[in-house]
Ligand binder design. Structure first.
Ligand SMILES: Cc1cc2nc3c(=O)[nH]c(=O)nc-3n(C[C@H](O)[C@H](O)[C@H](O)COP(=O)(O)OP(=O)(O)OC[C@H]3O[C@@H](n4cnc5c(N)ncnc54)[C@H](O)[C@@H]3O)c2cc1C
Length: 152
């Protein structure tokens, strides 16, 4: 098996196509990771959620990580890791343009709001369905791609 680095453009195209990954945040040295849909453009990743643990934790520590991968076979896979900063787009006139742009990207996936509201059904600790539009400003993005070694 050969493993190579993916360049920035490959990484950007990969996460934009997958639109799904694991979002990791941390609080008081405790990591927390959940699967989530997202929408990506070259410098940022947009997400939609309802208020719960991950939003509370990202508000208290905005440094987060996203991992996305595609595994076809043991010798044919790719994964991308993003480090970035959480930024919330509140429903206020000041953030209207950012929310509009985020929503335009998120809407490319049908029923983009559904999973976030579904997650609210299991909550008791938080108000159940407060919507949150956010982005992750990408600080660093790296990718690795594996393929079969033609010599083996
Ligand atoms: C394919 C897929 C796509 C998803 N897309 C979105 C999305 O776009 N937006 C969105 O908001 N959510 C999405 N989810 C759900 C997401 O993974 C979380 O379950 C949800 O957002 C609630 O997270 P929270 O931190 O607010 O948890 P809370 O409702 O605050 O609950 C916290 C507690 O629930 C546990 N918990 C939370 N989520 C999970 C989980 N997935 N698996 C196991 N335990 C869990 C935590 O360990 C903790 O104990 C998606 C899930 C999947 C599988």
């Amino acid at each position: 098996m050969l493993v190579r680095e993916m360049d920035r453009q490959e990484c950007n195209e990969f996460i934009a196509r997958l639109a799904f990954g694991r979002l990791a945040c941390s609080r008081e040295n405790q990591p927390y990771i959940v699967p989530t849909y997202f929408a990506a453009e070259p410098d940022r990743i947009y997400g939609f959620a309802t208020l719960g643990q991950k939003i509370e934790w990202m508000r208290s520590n905005p440094l987060v990580c996203i991992e996305a991968d595609e595994v076809k076979t043991q010798n044919d896979w790719a994964s991308v890791v993003v480090s970035g900063r959480f930024e919330e787009f509140p429903d206020t006139p000041e953030y209207a343009e950012q929310r509009r742009r985020a929503q335009a990207f998120l809407e490319k996936r049908g029923a983009w709001w559904q999973t976030a509201f579904g997650a609210a059904q299991t909550r008791s600790q938080f108000d159940r369905d407060i919507p949150v539009v956010y982005c992750i400003q990408i600080h660093k993005i790296t990718g690795r791609k594996a393929s079969r070694d033609p010599k083996s």
